[in-house]
Design a protein around this ligand. Sequence first.
Ligand code: CAA
Length: 257
Amino acid sequence: ASPYEMILVERQGPAGLIRLNRPKALNALCDQLTAELADALAALDADPAVAAIILTGNEKAFAAGADIREMQDRAFPATYMKDFVAPWEAVLSVRKPVIAAVAGFALGGGCELAMMCDLILAADSARFGQPEINLGIIPGAGGSQRLTRAIGKSKAMEMVLTGRMMSAEEADRAGLVARVVPAAELIPEAVKMAEKIATLSPPAVAMAKEAVNAAFELPLREGVRLERRFFLSLFGTPDQKEGMAAFLEKRPAAFKG
Ligand code: CAA
């Protein structure tokens, strides 16, 4: 039996798939859901059979944000002392690639959770938004920062100031998502990505993820230095010898990690 009530965890080949599963509340991110999510992410990250993690919702919603019912009576300073957003950042500690597969609403904290993942694959039905301003608050899980870095100041400012939602197509044009696929192909496409990643060298994959994410944190010169150290250190792995030998011998590489 699953230890979880608000998420479903399954394996699809080398992918660990987490489905947010509170459909009646459009997967609103209440404390229990985020605690379960943090637990499942850590378990899949530790499972050697899992190459990548897919985080998804259902057809109607990835997640419609933090749980407004639960937040309504939160007060300061108690809410400051017990930061209810902090556990969401569990996704940032995962070392394997995390793919957000978004169909339907990704609003407020839902959009922010998707942006904490390494990449967003969007169904054509996806809608992204930061509507917190309509509630008398502002984004609180990185929306004002990650959305701005992803799509630029004017677009982010318009969304955060007015709460306007973006379609999947607009999100694609703005660079928020990696690709848009028909809704029926969302999970199969995400699993294909995980399957490809599973054939690659695990240390190279881990360093690639860390290096790209560092572009959000570091000044350019420091980011390039980090990349160079990772790049040169990979020449110490048997997988580098195997990958280059396989290329020159015109055969598929068999990476061992
Ligand atoms: N929290 C709690 N419950 C939510 C919810 C949320 N964020 N979003 C939707 N629900 C609930 C609704 O209350 C409703 O429950 P009942 O059936 O019990 O009334 C159910 O989900 C279905 O929602 P709707 O009837 O509203 O569905 P709709 O199709 O008419 O509208 C929607 C869909 C446009 C997404 C609308 O639900 C909506 O605007 N939701 C709120 C979005 C929002 O404001 N998100 C930001 C939250 S704040 C935040 O996230 C803070 C942060 O940055 C950390």
